[in-house]
Ligand binder design. Structure first.
Ligand code: FAD
Length: 449
């Protein structure tokens, strides 16, 4: 098939006006969608017309930097876990050498419990204990999965269940450690913290967007796709304003929350296996509350940049002095995340106070407040409806799925856990988008043969 070019005309089949026709439509321009489009440009023998359709008024999805009090702040993803071990981080530094990066290993870390401050050994001791119990469990039960709570009980340590509940909420954004898959919890190949982009992750997104457009891709923002239909020869996509787009193939890089909520109609419907997988995968909720403080506060409190504090009693944590910026970033996970995003100012202040008052090294934070805290809402936003995905106990991650002329990718299908490719992380979305592009190219070659 030759490149058909981006053009507008009357659609002869449906009679709809302004159908934009292209070789490949990519629905959703987060990391997965943008990575898919770049990979298509890299791998195609002849130029392809690529159309990215994005619901929000900017690309990047859950990778977004916002100015808060004049300082850039990553409101969604921040760390490229594992730094240079992370394939996306490596790709980024080679492809866009103009981006400045830094490494935040979160080694300045402590925990607070019942007013007591514990050094990093406290957390690592707890994790090592559970890790040993998990290793023993796998030895006794090869191929079997269990819950994080069960692993905690197996340590024989009285406090381990509490620790498991903390990690369930703060790392997996799940309220109940009984529901967290131990395989998923212990299977992640990357450590906490990692590489960061100086000035924020939006610099990477901007670089990707610029490259895509320079190489001829068309990006339509403010274009929420509501239906995707396909027949033997094409895919027809419709947006909420009545715009129609036709493509020979489509890559769907929508968040799991959007797919679970059935916000996009597929005709024919998605296959049973794909729908069952979408239904069975949980959506994990996680939100950041960015609290601007006086620049001198951290120095006065002797808190170094990128200090991480686990607040065990409140089952939350905060990241302080992020990249040297004057913020305390407080995290809310599980049911708290959705609730926090809907709170009025009074309730939000109470939530913040309860968490920060439990941390002796942050005493005086009230006097240091500099402006209103900002809640970064991903969990109630119709375009994301959640932060991460989580597979259930004994669940398996799926790779990109082919549904006729459509390849479904995105976080929901961000790599097989067993391949250790960063599920629920930007690197997983990147892998997933690239694999969707490869599958699409293979389809095109089959058709051309
Ligand atoms: C608070 C928070 C912190 C995080 N921290 C980290 C971190 O430190 N490190 C890390 O690796 N990961 C982190 N993540 C996870 C990471 O952000 C995601 O895994 C990744 O960004 C997902 O990329 P994606 O392209 O699959 O989805 P998204 O980024 O959600 O992109 C999907 C796109 O589809 C668009 N869309 C939705 N509906 C429609 C529609 N109907 N039509 C057209 N477009 C539509 C959306 O607007 C969005 O732009 C974090 C996430 C959150 C929320």
């Amino acid at each position: 098939m030759t490149a058909s070019g981006n053009r507008s005309q009357t659609n002869k089949t449906t009679g709809a006006k302004n159908a934009a026709i292209c070789d490949i439509a990519v629905v959703g321009a987060g990391m997965a969608g943008m990575a898919a489009a770049l990979r298509l440009q890299d791998e195609a023998d002849a130029p392809l017309s690529i159309l990215l359709l994005e619901a929000c008024d900017a690309v990047g999805g859950r990778m977004k930097t916002r100015e808060i009090g004049g300082v850039p702040c990553d409101t969604g993803a921040h760390w490229f876990h594992g730094g240079h071990e992370n394939p996306l981080f490596r790709w980024m530094t080679q492809r866009y050498p103009q981006l400045e990066t830094a490494f935040d290993d979160v080694s300045r870390q402590f925990s607070v419990e019942k007013g007591q401050v514990h050094g990093p050994a406290f957390r690592s001791g707890n994790l090592e204990m559970m890790d040993a119990a998990y290793t023993a469990f796998k030895k006794e039960n090869p191929g079997k999965d269990t819950s994080l709570a069960d692993i905690a009980r197996r340590t024989g340590d009285g406090g381990a269940l509490e620790t498991a509940a903390f990690f369930a909420r703060c790392w997996m954004a799940e309220d109940d450690a009984e529901k967290v898959s131990a395989d998923e919890f212990f299977g992640c190949p990357y450590s906490v913290g990692g590489g960061v982009v100086k000035g924020g992750v939006s610099r990477l997104i901007d670089a990707m967007k610029e490259e895509l457009e320079a190489r001829g891709a068309r990006i339509l923002t403010g274009c929420a796709i509501s239906s995707i239909e396909q027949d033997a020869s094409k895919v027809t996509l419709a947006d909420a304003q009545g715009g129609i787009y036709e493509a020979a193939h489509a890559i769907v890089a929508l968040p799991l929350g959007v797919l679970k909520a059935g916000k996009v109609r597929f005709a024919p419907a998605l296959s049973r296996g794909t729908q069952e997988y979408i239904d069975a995968t949980s959506i994990a909720c996680f939100t950041k509350i960015v609290i601007p403080v006086d620049a001198g506060f951290f120095a006065a409190q002797n808190i170094a940049p990128d200090t991480h504090i686990d607040i065990l009693d409140e089952k939350t944590f905060c990241h302080c002095h992020t990249g040297g910026a004057p913020f305390i970033t407080l995290m809310a996970g599980g049911r708290d995340a959705r609730a926090v995003e809907k709170m009025d100012e009074k309730d939000l202040q109470a939530f913040i106070a309860k968490s920060l008052d439990a941390v002796p090294p942050l005493s005086g934070w009230r006097d240091a407040l500099r402006g209103t805290p900002v809640v970064t809402g991903w969990n109630n936003a119709p375009e994301t409806l959640g932060a991460y995905t989580a597979v259930k106990i004994s669940g398996k991650r799926r790779d990109a799925q082919r549904e006729g002329r459509i390849i479904l990718c995105g976080e929901a299908f961000a790599g097989e856990k067993d391949e250790a490719e960063g599920a629920s992380m930007t690197v997983g979305a990147w892998f997933s988008g690239r694999r969707a592009a490869d599958m699409t190219m293979a389809e095109r070659m089959r058709e051309a043969a």
